[in-house]
Structure formats: structure tokens, C-alpha cells
Design a protein around this ligand. Structure first.
Ligand code: ZN
Length: 141
């Protein structure tokens, strides 16, 4: 199970709505293990630097990731995943997302929007054996 504070979900929701009709993206910091419970403690927004267009692609700025890694170094938190939005699509990973899923340890949080409003937020992990995604229950506290 993934646990996230309501204020962090609010932050991601606002970012997704502000970016609409483009995709927003960013990193998630936290602790725990995907085989047990993961607690998200931090949301780090990034500019969407996808070269192929930000309407239906996302890419976290490598500098944002590097800076966050440095910041968390030596502490309890680490980068445990990332988030991006799906303007006018579901909160399920796309075929393209699967192609981009190189890092099995990272959690994927996807925010669905319809007409600029967030309708659904879901968490997924990569199932390496089946080369597919698996949904992980998300608990907002
Ligand atoms: Zn996607």
C-alpha cells in the first residue's frame, strides 16, 4: 500500500490542473518498500522537458532529479517514484509509459483529468516478469 498525505495529493492535483491540457510531472520522495508499505513524504515538481511534445509525453528534468538526490543523500528519504498527468485519458499507464518503464523500483503515480479537472489518481508499479504494470492501492491520509 502507498500512503500519501492529503496536502501532497492536493499539491499534485493543482499541478495537474495548472498544466492542463499538457502533462505535468515530478518526483516523489519517501521511504518504505514496494513489497510492504511506502510512505510518500515529498513532492518535487519538475518542468516537463519531453522533446516529442508535452501534450501526451512527459520527462522529468534530469537536473531536478539530481538536485533532489543530493538533497536527500544521507537521510531517511529517497526518490521512490514519480508522477505525471494524463489529460483526457485514464489513470492507467499507456503503452508509451510501459516502453519508458526502465526502473523497476520506481512507483508511478498517474493523475487523470477530464476537461481540466482531476478525476482519478492511481499508483502503479512495474511487474518486471510480466513486463507490465500492476496497480498498487493508494491511501490518502
Ligand atoms: Zn502516461
Amino acid at each position: 500500500m502507498i500512503k500519501i498525505a492529503a496536502r501532497l495529493i492536493d499539491q499534485i492535483t493543482r499541478a495537474a490542473q495548472d498544466a492542463y491540457p499538457n502533462e505535468c510531472c515530478g518526483l516523489l520522495g519517501g521511504h518504505g518498500d514496494l513489497d510492504g508499505d511506502v510512505i510518500i513524504t515529498r513532492v518535487q515538481p519538475s518542468k516537463n522537458v519531453a522533446q516529442e511534445g508535452i501534450r501526451d509525453r512527459f520527462e522529468v528534468d534530469p537536473k531536478v532529479r539530481f538536485d533532489l538526490m543530493r538533497k536527500l543523500e544521507g537521510g531517511q528519504e529517497r526518490i521512490i517514484g514519480h508522477y505525471h498527468s494524463h489529460p483526457d485519458h485514464s489513470a492507467m499507464p499507456s503503452q508509451h509509459d510501459l516502453k519508458m518503464a526502465f526502473e523497476p523500483d520506481l512507483l508511478w503515480l498517474i493523475i487523470a483529468l477530464e476537461d481540466g479537472r482531476v478525476t482519478d489518481t492511481r499508483a502503479h508499479r512495474i511487474d518486471v516478469d510480466a513486463s507490465t504494470f500492476q496497480e498498487v492501492p493508494l491511501s490518502v491520509e
